[in-house]
Design a protein around this ligand. Structure first.
Ligand SMILES: [Zn+2]
Length: 432
């Protein structure tokens, strides 16, 4: 037997010497920092010409010198891409060597094996399970939760928002939260589910959430892009856009977060249907963005806070992303995200950066947060949840709770501040 293994190793070692490298069997995520403009061009080329998935930035146009690029390289492109990088003297680090294995594990984890020890909320769920959860949640809480159909997706999947209304106080204001606008950001819908569960379980137990729900109703749209989300579970885990086709091209999908009417399709978005940041044929051309915009327009007098949940990079963003200009209430919003980031650091020892979108990341016109702000929902925010790139879009299920806790404390900080600023406290002289 020992002789067999020795022969095997000799054979394998010779094979390695001959080929000079091991052939990758799993997709990998590489971290690459281009040092020169030439290297920037090479990377832009790699991310468009070869079968790869650009994680960060969202579009090759935003690749720039001395800024980290995160690139998913499938096993079958690995050799070509590595050779190309090497030829141009571009060094890289392997961020994730076993991306395919992680993807497979996260889908398997969904099956709900009771032996895994994780609860329903500590796992990722496919679209069918999320629809079932929406139904169940509304059904089990008939006096406090209502499922509202606000529209449907391109492939005619329903868009349900849950309305949480925990008490009968008249003339309550409201907050809107949407998750899953970008399909591959799985932590986002996971947060929406946890948030609803937390609100229903801790009302009257936790003073912050009680105060928030006593003063406002909360609308939660768990999956704004169901077609894209479904696609990440069945075909391509790295999919970002929705799934609507465009005439004259085989490229599919519009970036829903470039499809709102806020400096629509200017610098930072693309008119090219094949781009990851394709803005669509016209503002609100997509049924998903139109449904959200219509709902917010109809309810703009009661909705005080707009919050949209993305990943990854750990940022708390305020308008504007569509221009370098500051929002009219910039300092007020800035103070809120600053406080929220400080609370995350204090309670969970994690660092979140904060500020106006365009200045903190790059120009991104047509976003829902800027549009909501311009509509008159002055308190408008984008959260980018965990992590900073170690797992990126493939954040393991064991991180769901921690990431959600951070978003929750940021949300509470902001909502309590808005209530304090805009609503007279009970028993104050204004009530007399
Ligand atoms: Zn996103």
């Amino acid at each position: 037997m020992a002789t067999f293994w020795m022969l095997f190793f000799i054979f394998y070692f010779e094979l390695l010497l001959k080929t000079g490298h091991c052939t990758e069997t799993s997709g990998q995520v590489l971290s690459i920092t281009p040092n020169t403009q030439e290297q920037v061009e090479v990377l832009r080329n790699v991310s468009t010409q070869y079968q790869t998935g650009l994680w960060k930035p969202a579009s090759p146009h935003n690749i720039k010198e001395l800024t980290q690029v995160h690139l998913y390289v499938p096993a079958n492109s690995s050799e070509t891409v590595r050779n190309l990088l090497q030829r141009h003297g571009i060094t890289h680090e392997v961020m994730l060597s076993n991306a395919d294995e992680i993807i497979e594990m996260q889908m398997r984890n969904e099956s709900g094996d009771p032996r895994s020890g994780s609860t329903f909320y500590q796992r990722y769920h496919n679209l069918e399970d999320i629809y079932e959860w929406i139904n169940r949640t509304a059904h089990e809480n008939p006096t406090t939760v209502k499922a509202i159909l606000i529209g449907s997706s391109y492939q005619k999947r329903p868009l349900y928002a849950l309305k949480l209304s925990l008490n009968n106080k008249p003339n309550k204001k409201a907050m809107w939260i949407d998750c899953g606008i970008h399909a591959r950001e799985w932590i986002s819908p996971a947060f929406c589910l946890i948030f609803v569960q937390y609100s229903l379980s801790f009302y009257k137990l936790n003073s912050d959430i009680t105060q928030i729900l006593d003063n406002m109703d909360i609308y939660v749209l768990p999956v704004m892009n169901p077609d894209g989300y479904k696609y990440t579970w069945t075909k391509d885990r790295m999919w970002r856009k929705n799934r609507s086709p465009t005439n004259g091209t085989s490229c599919i999908g519009v970036d829903l977060n470039r499809n709102f009417d806020a400096n629509w399709c200017t610098k930072g978005a693309s008119p090219d249907p094949c781009s990851e940041i394709y803005c669509g044929a016209f503002p609100e051309s997509e049924p998903e963005s139109q449904a959200v915009a219509n709902f917010l327009r109809s309810n703009k007098d009661i909705i005080q806070i707009y919050l949209t949940i993305h990943s990854y990079s750990q940022m708390l963003l305020i308008p504007y992303s569509c221009t370098m200009d500051e929002a009219d209430n910039h300092s007020e919003l800035y103070e809120m995200v600053k406080q929220a980031a400080e609370n995350i650091r204090r309670y969970y020892r994690n660092v979140y950066t904060y500020g106006a979108g365009a200045k903190t990341i790059y120009l991104a016109p047509g976003g829902s947060d800027d549009w909501a702000h311009n509509l008159g929902i002055k308190y408008s925010f984008t959260f980018e949840l965990q992590d900073r790139g170690r797992y990126g879009f493939l954040l393991p299920p064991s991180y769901i709770q921690g990431a959600s806790n951070e978003a929750l404390i940021a949300l509470k900080t902001i909502a309590l501040k808005v209530i304090e600023k805009t609503q007279p406290a009970a028993g104050s002289p204004q009530d007399v």
